[in-house]
Design a protein around this ligand. Sequence first.
Ligand SMILES: [Zn+2]
Length: 185
Amino acid sequence: MEDYDEFRIYSVAVDPEYCPQCGSEVGSREFDGGPMDWCGDCEMVFARTPVSAVHVVVRDDDHVLLLDEPIPQHDGVLSLPGGHAHHDEGPREAVLRELQEETALAATSDALSLVTVYHAETDAVAFHFATYALDYADATGTLAPEADGFEIRRELVDDVIDGVVPIRDSDRERVAAAFDRENPV
Ligand SMILES: [Zn+2]
């Protein structure tokens, strides 16, 4: 077993080319689990970890709120309100902040129920999305999109689950779970 007291562990979201601390080129070192990014000057191993992120499924009777945002990562699909958590906030705080930013709705933490934590991964970065459900009736405020050209859509949950509404499979799965419905996909 490695003695982890002998070096420091530096958590990163993406594989670094240069050490964020000293600027040296990042090398590689063998550990129990295989090669890991390593700065020999700092005696520091880089551990790539998922970014903490949040989503919320807002339930309005048999409808769900979805965002239509003309930005590259949501091209051609509607998406759930949500985003990255800040380092100093918990997932409930983060999801309430994102909800407010993206829809102008406000809610309290006890109105949220945890649906699932979803792991998503690209070549560059991985995420853990804590996904909450919120009943629209428990929110206050008037729906307003975040920016010009952005839209908030109120879609029938049946249409979302049946694939009539363009949405990512992972989002459809979580909408179904938040409504206690079987996901046909
Ligand atoms: Zn270094």
